[in-house]
Design a protein around this ligand. Structure first.
Ligand SMILES: Cc1ncc(C[n+]2csc(CCOP(=O)(O)OP(=O)(O)O)c2C)c(N)n1
Length: 322
């Protein structure tokens, strides 16, 4: 694996931010007909965690999949093609935003059913162990997914079989409009609950990409050398509405003050300021990185928008394994 620099981490986070802001800008045109769950504000978890993986390692995601897919190296054109429902999409345009997959990048998939990729990821890890591959599987999940039965069954099995899995829980405090206070006991931290299953478990700052990278790297190395699974909880915050391109603070499920406090801790701006202060990058470098990303995204959008829709006969294809 190549060494990862703070500059890389910054570029990867900014790329995801700009891609999702572009999606938010274009979504009201109603050409993307699938629901979209944006990770704007949460980029550090996706980037820090995936930077600790090798390409051959596996990652699994959720309904909020764009950042995970891109951070693992998923193809941007195929992602946007999928959101536009075009045949050039990673699921031939039949899946949409919540069914991203790029096997060449080890991104084995996202599924909209909350919690459902946790057992799929654990199963994939079991397969790598049986085949004696030195691959690590990383499973992204939300705080809400820890309330699903499959979470508990899958974590137990991973511990029992000492599987090479890293569970990365993005705790953004909400399941749609329901805060953690109305869903889980107040004095219980998610990572402590997971620890009860007998696996190493840590909590970290999900808006600090280097902290995420450090904790995940240690967990990945442990998994690769037969040390078994680790659970990591990263607290972070989603800026936009649960599903869609807009802001929804007016609905009343969270306060404007809370939102502003988290926005002030933007993971992208935070690393940018650090890079400038430490003299690792100058403003011209930052401008250059951003301009190149904007060009890449514009090209990918044009590619997706000008791709054909799938032919009707493709509708029934790929439903069953050959
Ligand atoms: C089994 C199941 N129950 C309910 C839903 C509806 N739903 C979609 S996303 C979501 C919230 C999940 O919250 P969390 O796992 O914390 O992820 P976040 O949206 O915060 O990223 C819910 C309840 C679903 N897709 N699947």
């Amino acid at each position: 694996m190549d060494p990862v620099t703070p500059r890389d981490l910054y570029g990867r986070m900014l790329r995801i931010r700009l891609v999702e802001e572009k999606i938010a800008e274009l979504y009201p045109e109603q050409q993307m007909r699938c629901p979209v769950h944006l990770s704007i504000g949460q980029e550090a978890v996706a980037v820090g965690a995936c930077a600790a993986l090798a390409i051959k390692d596996y990652a699994f995601s959720t309904h909020r999949s764009h950042a995970h897919y891109l951070a693992k190296g998923g193809n941007l054109k195929a992602m946007l093609g999928e959101l536009y429902g075009r045949v050039t999409g990673c699921c031939l345009g039949k899946g949409g935003s919540m069914h991203l997959i790029d096997r060449s990048a080890g991104f084995l998939g996202a599924v909209p059913i909350v919690g459902s990729t946790i057992p799929i990821g654990v199963g994939a890890a079991f397969g790598t162990l049986l085949r004696k591959e030195r691959r690590v599987t990383l499973v992204f999940l939300g705080d809400g997914a820890t309330e699903e039965g499959v979470f508990h069954e899958a974590v137990n099995f991973a511990v029992l079989k000492r599987l090479p899995v890293v569970f990365v829980c993005e705790n953004n405090f909400f399941s749609v409009y329901s805060s953690l206070d109305v869903r889980q006991p107040p004095a219980r931290e998610i990572y402590e609950m997971a620890r009860g299953y007998g696996l190493e478990s840590h909590q970290g700052d999900g808006n600090d990409v280097e902290a995420v990278y450090g904790l995940t790297k240690a967990a990945v190395e442990k998994a690769r050398t037969g040390g078994g699974p680790t659970f990591l909880e990263f607290k972070t915050y989603r800026w936009r509405e649960h599903c869609g391109p807009h802001y929804d603070n007016h609905v009343g499920y969270r306060s404007e003050q809370e939102f502003e406090e988290w926005k002030a801790r933007c993971p992208v701006t935070r690393l940018k300021q650090q890079l400038l202060q430490q003299g690792l990058l100058a403003q011209e470098d930052l401008d250059g990185i951003e301009a190149a990303l904007i060009r890449e995204i514009e090209t990918a959008v044009v590619f997706a928008q000008s791709s054909p829709f799938p032919e009707p006969q493709l509708l029934g294809a790929h439903l069953y394994a050959p």
